[in-house]
Write a protein of this length. Structure first.
Ligand SMILES: C[S@@+](CC[C@H](N)C(=O)[O-])C[C@H]1O[C@@H](n2cnc3c(N)ncnc32)[C@H](O)[C@@H]1O
Lengths: 301, 224
């Protein structure tokens, strides 16, 4: 009979140990094995406690070392299990929420920088990152103005952080939800995931719910208390919708939401990119626009 | 610092003390307290104050229940949460082991911190409803302490008891009445849960945790 323990594999005949193959004393390796197989970590083999066997066969020098190692191993095991539990959708949700915070912050700081600059230099049409760069490039720093240039370089740092988050968000969204990203774009897609809570939750929502996601302050928890709740769902930031004539937006939103729902279900349950979704949605939206605004001259009379 | 007057409680490493006119329960620190913890020193020893409003076990002990925790006990703790109570159990059993099962990754984050400094505390990320998933880690234990605040509490106790509790071993089961049936009174729910335990455990009694934890009852039982 074979008994597989966390520090070695025992071959037994009845209660007699024939051989032991010890595992290397490497926490990382052993926790890796434990993730795959529930190796025995307590109790007896051949009527002898594992702790005593580990000493007897030279895996450890003492019972104390055994206890310490076993303790450390359990903690490492739990840490690994937790790392595995950090799913890709939780990553993109954290990233898009961080982006929202950074956007809000850079807006406030840009305004402040501009006011500060105008105090000494009068009107300027530069703003944001351009103004910050201008300040740094014109050696504005000389003459006791270190504070404003340090402020400007912090702002530039934030813009750089934002680009790097955006870039990784884009990559992660394309890997996690290619169809959603294709239809909604990676920012709007990630935002929908953030409001829904997870890919699976978004996939299980009816498209009528997807259409209004974010319209309700309670749902849009991230911005709660920071901004007035949007009247429409976040989906209204989709270019097909916000570029449409006002009276068509509801209709188009329904079409977009319905395609997003289908796209997310593919992402959640199949993972295959269905390129044709994009064209189908475009055709649908064009149809809606045509039907409601026929070419002038034809339908008037 | 002068010697304080500690009174024994019948449990190793657990004492009560008069502090500003009120009775406090404390455990002798197994490891030096983390920053932010409320401690008192007496002689060369450090003791951690145990808040009965935050910990149901402290409340149970203040109500003079007898729980056979020995300094070398093996304890299976189900619903270890962020480790508040678990850390005191670890103080009580310096020569034993506490196996803390918790399924919420968020809570486990904190529990890992508590465990890292305490070699007698083993954190386990698992669902207590599936005791088979930690069967390779947990040996036969002397005591099961369960505080999971969810439905099916009795079933969890029975499954874990059968798998891990030695004959004659002790069960402390915290029943949160609201998490089973909002409409029934605490006592009724407890009585009903107790029925489910019969056949596996001999019920020794139950303790109402008012005023420390309203809506909670502790069931004390022994494995038959
Ligand atoms: C009321 S809290 C426990 C408080 C803790 N005993 C203390 O006094 O510090 C309940 C805990 O049980 C956990 N829990 C609930 N159901 C569980 C299950 N089936 N398996 C493991 N843990 C569970 C919850 O995540 C929560 O952290």
């Amino acid at each position: 009979m074979q008994i597989r323990t966390w520090f070695g594999v025992f071959e037994l005949t009845g209660d007699r140990i024939d051989s032991v193959e010890l595992v290397p004393k490497d926490t990382d390796l052993i926790t890796g094995l434990l993730l795959e197989e529930p190796l025995l970590m307590r109790g007896k083999v051949a009527c002898t406690d594992l702790r005593d066997l580990a000493v007897e066969y030279g895996f450890v020098d003492s019972g104390d070392e055994y206890d310490r190692l076993l303790h450390e191993l359990n903690i490492e095991l739990v840490k690994k299990q937790m790392a595995l539990a950090v799913t890709p959708d939780r990553q993109v949700i954290a990233a898009v929420e961080a982006l929202d915070d950074i956007n809000e912050t850079t807006n406030i700081l840009s305004e402040r920088l501009k006011e500060w600059y105008m105090l000494n230099h009068g009107e300027t049409r530069l703003r944001g990152v351009e103004l910050a760069n201008h300040i740094l490039n014109t050696e504005y720093a000389c003459g006791g103005q270190e504070s404003i240039s340090s402020f400007a370089s912090s702002l530039i740092g934030l813009y750089e952080t934002r680009s790097s988050i955006e870039k990784s968000l884009k990559d992660n969204m394309e890997a996690l939800a290619p169809n959603l990203t294709n239809i909604a774009g990676y920012i709007l897609g990630a935002r929908l995931l953030s409001i829904a809570g997870s890919l699976e939750k978004l996939a299980s929502m009816p498209s009528s719910t997807v259409q209004v996601l974010g319209a309700n302050n309670a749902l849009f928890k991230h911005l709660k208390g920071k901004a007035p709740s949007p009247k429409h769902g976040v989906i209204f930031r989709h270019p097909f919708i916000n570029s449409a004539p006002k009276k068509l937006r509801g209709k188009i939103a329904r079409a977009v939401a319905s395609k997003i729902s289908i796209a997310v279900r593919y992402d959640c349950y199949s993972g295959q990119l269905r390129k044709e979704f994009e064209g189908e949605l475009e055709a649908k939206v064009t149809g809606i626009r045509k039907k409601n605004f026929p070419k002038p001259g034809k339908s008037r009379y | 610092m002068n010697e304080l007057e500690l009174s024994g409680t019948g449990l190793d490493n657990v004492f009560t003390i008069e502090l500003n006119g009120s009775k406090r329960i404390i455990t002798k620190s197994l490891v030096t307290a983390a920053s932010g913890e409320k401690i008192i020193r007496s002689g060369s020893e450090e003791y951690r104050i145990w808040n009965p409003f935050h910990s149901k076990l402290a409340a149970i002990l203040l109500k003079n229940a007898v729980i056979p925790l020995m300094k070398d006990s093996a304890v299976l703790y189900l619903g270890a949460a962020n480790g508040t109570t678990v850390s005191h159990v670890s103080d009580i059993v310096p020569d034993g082991t506490v196996y803390g099962v918790e399924f919420s990754p968020r809570a486990m984050q904190d529990l890992i911190h508590v465990s890292t400094r305490r070699t007698n505390l083993i954190p386990i990320l698992a669902d207590a409803m599936q005791p088979g998933s930690y069967r390779n880690i947990v040996p036969e234990v002397d005591i099961i302490y369960q505080d999971v605040a969810q439905r099916e509490q009795a079933r969890i106790a029975v499954r874990n008891g059968e798998m891990f509790l030695k004959k004659g071993g002790f069960l402390v089961l915290i029943i949160k009445s609201r998490s089973i049936d909002v409409n029934r009174k605490t006592r009724d729910v407890a009585a009903c849960e107790i029925k489910l335990l019969e056949g596996y455990f001999e019920i020794l009694g139950f303790i109402d945790l008012e005023p420390f934890h309203s809506g909670h009852v502790a069931v004390l039982a022994k494995r038959t």
